[in-house]
Ligand binder design. Structure first.
Ligand code: UD1
Length: 409
């Protein structure tokens, strides 16, 4: 609470209350939050909803950097998750990393100067996160990072660079679990900046669980098939199915890596277990460029789908016999849903999701023998939900409470 100016002696309690109210109104915190790419949406939504519910007065400004721009990668998520239309869209679009980060910094700087927020809140680890974090501190704004402290220790991963830079600059670091906090302490982050609040994505999962459960599985698949001629082939899916998502550059940019993966999924797995594959635009482009598109599209048991909406993907995950993914968020969602998860990476910034820490996920990278062995031992063995502490749906409220407390400092 700021000090009360002037001489208040002689004022009655009501006057004092009015004075305080006035001061609180004057000290409304202006919070600017940032989204850029699809995985930011499910992290920002609960934060915005919690700001609205808070007792303290917050003014909120939402900036979309425009890194993702297709309806299926951005707009649909804003709508489904009840995220208000962004106040500003920087329209950055696709490009090299330097282009995306550089253009975002230039455009974001103007918005920060015009709106002068007290706090800038960034989420996750995409290029928008890092670009806006750097700009925030260069403009002397206070910076909060939601999902701080995750480390894959793989500097070839663009997201690892984004995480390290953002955490080095942040004034408040909201971590999803204790391992993330330990990473930050080892890097010398002062204790008072680290706030273990839990996993904000699980707020979104819990909020959408019932509505996702009510969706019809074959109807989702039919509605999102890339090849509408395959509609009659879609099975009832009650006999089991696998889900695949693949988008990391390390898995999809090199034909020598992508092709053996494709051959395993299309030739070994799918003839015995229907495979629902939601296609990221990056992967689609490479399948086409590498001349693999037709053989994948025609493979019996493989159903290529558009990028799915949030609830549709959650529904697929809920009953899957097995998930194959290189996404970080899906590893966490599988953990809470109990879906066996083969993580197509050699490392993870989310070790809390691994079986050795009580989770559901194993790391296989793109080693086909390891993927095959993991599938054989895990498939169909859904587990009870594994929920690290504070993955309870109330993370956003804890974050907003911290901002209320630290807001005036
Ligand atoms: C980005 C994030 C990654 C996150 C992923 C989720 C970084 C460094 N990477 O990777 O951490 O897991 O989002 O999707 O920020 N494209 C479209 N439409 C769109 C957006 C992209 O067609 O709306 C295509 C473009 O061809 C683009 C490609 O997808 O070049 C890749 O997009 P980009 O934003 O560069 O990175 P992602 O691979 O999506």
């Amino acid at each position: 609470m700021p000090s009360i100016p002037g001489n208040l002696a002689g004022e009655d309690i009501c006057d004092l209350q009015r004075t305080e109210d006035t001061l609180v109104a004057q000290s409304t915190l202006r919070i600017m939050s940032v989204v850029g790419a699809r995985p930011n949406m499910m992290k920002i939504a609960p934060f915005i909803h919690a700001l609205k519910r808070a007792d303290a007065p917050f003014e909120h400004i939402l900036v979309h950097t425009g890194q993702h721009y297709d309806a299926s990668m951005s707009g649909n998520f804003l709508e489904t998750l009840g995220i208000p239309a962004p106040d500003t869209n920087l329209g950055i679009g696709s490009g090299s990393h330097a282009e995306q980060v550089g253009k975002t910094m230039m455009a974001f700087e103007k918005v920060v100067r015009a709106r002068e927020p007290d706090w800038i809140v960034v989420v996750g680890d995409v290029n928008a996160t890092c670009a806006c974090a750097i700009t925030a501190k260069k403009e002397h704004r206070r910076l909060a990072h939601i999902e701080a402290g995750l480390r894959s220790f793989d500097m070839e991963m663009p997201e690892e660079i984004n995480r390290i830079v953002t955490d080095r600059l942040a004034d408040l670091l909201f971590t999803p679990d204790t391992m993330a906090g330990d990473n930050l302490r080892k890097e010398g982050v002062p204790e008072e900046r680290i706030k273990c609040v839990g996993n904000i994505m699980i707020d979104t999962l819990e909020k959408n669980r019932a509505r996702a459960q009510a969706l019809n599985l074959p109807a989702i698949v039919k509605a999102n098939l890339l090849d509408k001629n395959r509609e009659a082939d879609v099975p009832r899916l009650s006999q089991g199915y696998a889900v695949l998502t693949l988008h990391r550059p390390s898995n999809v940019d090199d034909r020598a890596v992508l092709e053996p993966l494709i051959r395993y999924f299309c030739d070994d797995l799918a003839p015995g277990l229907p495979l629902l594959w939601t296609l990221h635009p990056r992967t689609k482009k490479h399948l086409e460029d590498f001349g693999l598109w037709k053989s994948v599209g025609d493979a019996p048991g493989v159903f290529l789908l558009e990028p799915l909406g949030y609830r549709e993907m959650l529904r697929l995950n809920m009953d899957a016999d097995i998930m194959f993914t290189d996404s970080g968020g899906l590893q966490e969602e599988c953990c809470v849903l109990g879906t066996p998860c083969v993580t197509l990476r050699y490392n993870t910034e989310r070790p809390v999701t691994l079986t050795e820490h009580g989770g559901v996920s194993v790391l296989t990278g793109n080693d086909i023998d390891a993927i095959r062995a993991a599938c054989q031992s895990m498939r169909g063995k859904r587990k009870p939900s594994s929920r690290p502490p504070l993955w309870d749906g109330d993370t956003a409220a804890r974050i907003v409470a911290c901002l209320e407390n630290d807001g005036g400092t």
